[in-house]
Design a protein around this ligand. Sequence first.
Ligand code: NAP
Length: 427
Amino acid sequence: MHSFKRLRLPEDGEAIKVEDGKLHVPDKPIIPFIEGDGIGSDIWKATQAVVDTAVHKAYDGQRRIVWLEVFAGEKALQTYGELLPEDTLRAIEQFIVAIKGPLTTPPFGGHRSLNVTLRRELDLYACVRPIKWIEGVPSPVKHPEKVDLVIFRETTEDVYVGIEWEMGSEGAKRLIQLLKEEFGVRLPEDSGIGIKPISERATKRLMRKAIAYALENNRRSITIVHKGNIMKFTEGAFAKWAYEVAVSEFREHVVTQQELEQGEGVTKDGKLLIKDVLADNMFQQVLTRPEDYDVLVLPNLNGDYLSDACAAQVGGLGMAPGANLGDYHALFEPTHGSAPKYAHKDVANPSSMILSAAMMLQYIGWKEAALLIWEALGTTIKAGKVTQDLARQMGNGARALRCSEFAEELVKCIWSFKKGLNARRHP
Ligand code: NAP
């Protein structure tokens, strides 16, 4: 048990524990939350109201989340005088599962991304994004209902983690010199330099997680997405190691595309299909043949791009949930940023954060409550009750609600459901 500098732990509630390789979730788990910057306070209030209602309704008041506010970003600066206090990291570490709002990162200098620091400090190596359309949400594609993807993106490596040296710095000069003298590689003197490490261990643990998820959730295939044709020892190795995990650790449950094409008499036979696609082609495939893809596994940077491109097909970042997962630790978060121009105006769309909370409920095994949230969002949006970002794309039938009004509609909708909703598949 950590001792905290400023956090006051709630008097009721218990910590989620990991025992025998499994999460043990009490009826009143303590779950830390970070409100977030910009629109964070508006969307958090909406999320908390919806989640508390869904949990109460699903379990007749027998279960309840005991929320513990922890601080990062602006609010942490006011409370602790620093952007990411040790208390916050230790609380998430201790209570295992947490949720956060968006945090602002200044571009071109200033502090490094707090999101990246949180992932690194807590070793949350898989960023998971389910991408599925909710009926009624405006979409730029003709058949958004064909998109049903879950993206597993590695988050501790690759150029994305920012190991880099500024043009003209001592480090850049020395590296340019070293590359020339030791390796015969000539770079322009006025180069900034970034490093792209991709390791066997990080790749394999990501793939292991994706396969476990795919098997548990009866998904059809996993596609490894990479640029191995160009970057053989990073992206190419990523694909190679991912295949190795599949065939060496999950042999009975998987079949590879190559085995299907070349092996005599080999059939899919209910197994999980493992295939790979080059990243540039994948951007095309998700638009032209989304129904051929299911779980996607990617290195950090391409995973970042593809996650947002796919989210756009089902209504944009305002509608896409996300989670950062470690072996057991999990930090759920909306996929959009702090949208400063809408801060404290009560107009932001809270759906991404609400869906992230539903994902969190699923993660702790409270599937009935997650289902209520998913269904309430579908029903409310279909009735044309949406926030301004969706209303402006939907035309006549839609009413632009404030963020808080939208949450009230969801709460009403959850209370109106009869017991025993049909458990339709949702991510
Ligand atoms: P952003 O905050 O996601 O906002 C970009 C635009 O997306 C907004 O202007 C708005 O579009 C729309 N939008 C995003 N979320 C919305 C919501 N919930 N409801 C309605 N509209 C929404 O991206 P950004 O402006 O590039 O980044 C702002 C800050 O957030 C930056 O400091 C960035 O580093 C940070 N960020 C944080 C995270 C995170 O915490 N995980 C992720 C991404 C970015 P319209 O203007 O078209 O209405």
